[in-house]
Design a protein around this ligand. Structure first.
Ligand code: C5P
Length: 400
């Protein structure tokens, strides 16, 4: 864990089973040397005791708006001014709704209204509550007021359901906040390609691959939070991105190349995370090819342009990060691609492992440069994206 610049962090805990993870969160901030104060709603106290949070933070817990003794020690306006960062984790659907309406009849609502601090929200709720239009409208309203959402993640929920609604893991929340606070990529322009490409054979058939786009989208969100101006050029995926990101949707490798070339001219960094199809049909039939009962069918394929290799040759002044999926001799193959494609970084993952890679929310990666090798243990793609952007940020001095 890096020792980032320390700050005053107000960790607000609301009523969710994920509240037990808040103890770990407080510990991560404390370990970094941050001053941590804790605010708990009444429902939060049903899940984790104020005593636990007091022991971890080293400060008494703030609970009520109209508590004379607490107000004498540090009034709510004073607390709102004290905080550099306000993190609400876990944040329930009820709290999201209350904050969206600007309610000030409890300590949390009043502080959020009174503070000029950057506010982060790590939601935790049942998947249907999260996807409900009422919640999504509230989220959009809070985002438009500059509040940054971290998660929720997808996975098993305490209620037995599985989907988006789990609070993100403490390390992901912590790393995202530290990256956002430092804004190392402020003013930098980043182009990211994501997802698969789709090479049409006829109007109903195509050649594509299993890429979900999750890693590329996670990188785009992380880079944007780090202050970068992000253009995300994506193949067909069923993912959404925040409205701070310029999203360009494409289908084929040829279209992805055209858009990449258009946007790279004034960019600083190009991240090629897309699983670009290596080949496309020489002929794209205008009509559906008829099935023949007697004959096999042959489709002649031509090689697609290697987008990242071509751009790195044409724009040697930019930084290039490529990805590769390997099943054997990972280091050897990755290093050959690093040189052949003219990259500064190559991120290699082992796709022979079943629980990580293509459609998974998790990955395990190794990053190679000409001089170094860094391994990142199995983690969510969101956390790995933050770690990769942090790594790029550390090279910031050499990105002009
Ligand atoms: O050669 P391989 O497909 O393993 O290389 C993967 C890397 O090259 C990724 O960064 C991918 O986005 C990029 N690539 C590309 N254009 C292609 C094929 C791969 O930019 N036609």
């Amino acid at each position: 864990m890096k020792n980032e610049q320390s700050s005053n962090t107000l960790l607000c805990i609301t009523g969710s089973i994920a509240a037990y993870k808040s103890a770990d969160l407080a510990r991560l901030f404390k370990k970094n040397g941050d001053n941590v104060r804790i605010l708990m709603t009444d429902s939060a106290c049903e899940f984790i005791t104020p005593l636990t949070m007091q022991a971890i933070s080293g400060n008494s817990v703030h609970r009520n708006l109209l508590d004379e003794t607490a107000e004498q020690a540090m009034g709510h306006i004073e607390l709102a001014k004290w905080a550099d960062t306000i993190l609400i984790a876990p944040c329930s659907a009820e709290t999201i709704s209350r904050l969206s309406s600007g309610r000030a009849d409890d300590l949390l609502g009043a502080i959020v209204l009174a503070s000029k601090a950057q506010i982060y929200v790590a939601p935790a709720m049942n998947k249907n509550m999260w996807s409900n239009t009422a919640t999504q409208n509230n989220v959009n309203s809070l985002q438009s007021r500059g509040i940054v959402f971290i998660g929720p993640s997808k996975g098993e929920q305490a209620c037995g359901d599985s989907g988006y609604g789990r609070m993100s893991e403490p390390e992901e929340i912590y790393e995202t906040i530290k990256m956002s606070e430092n804004k190392f990529l402020n003013g930098k322009k980043i182009i990211i390609t994501a997802g698969p490409t789709r090479e049409q054979i006829d109007p109903v058939r195509f050649i594509s691959n299993n890429s979900s786009g999750k890693m590329g989208f996670a990188l785009a969100e992380a880079a944007s939070k780090s202050g970068a101006d992000v253009t995300l050029i994506t193949g067909p995926v069923s993912l959404e991105c925040s409205n701070k990101i310029l999203r360009i949707d494409v289908k084929t490798a040829a279209e992805m190349y055209v858009e990449s070339k258009k946007y790279i001219t004034d960019a600083d960094i190009f991240i090629g995370c897309a699983a670009v199809a290596d080949y496309s049909p020489v002929i794209q039939n205008q009509n559906k090819i008829k099935k023949s009962s007697s004959k096999d069918m042959q489709i002649l394929l031509k090689k697609n342009i290697d987008i990242i290799a071509s751009l790195s040759r044409e724009f040697p002044d930019k930084k290039f990060m490529g990805f590769c999926a390997e099943t054997e001799k990972i280091e050897e193959h990755a290093k050959v691609k690093l040189v052949e494609k003219g990259l500064d970084f190559i991120v290699a993952n082992d796709v022979s492992k079943k629980d990580i890679g293509f459609d998974s929310d998790f990955n395990e990666i190794s990053v190679f440069t000409k001089e170094s090798h860094t391994h990142f243990h199995k983690a969510s793609k969101n956390l790995l994206a933050v770690q990769l952007i942090n790594m790029l940020s550390k090279n910031n001095q050499s990105i002009h």
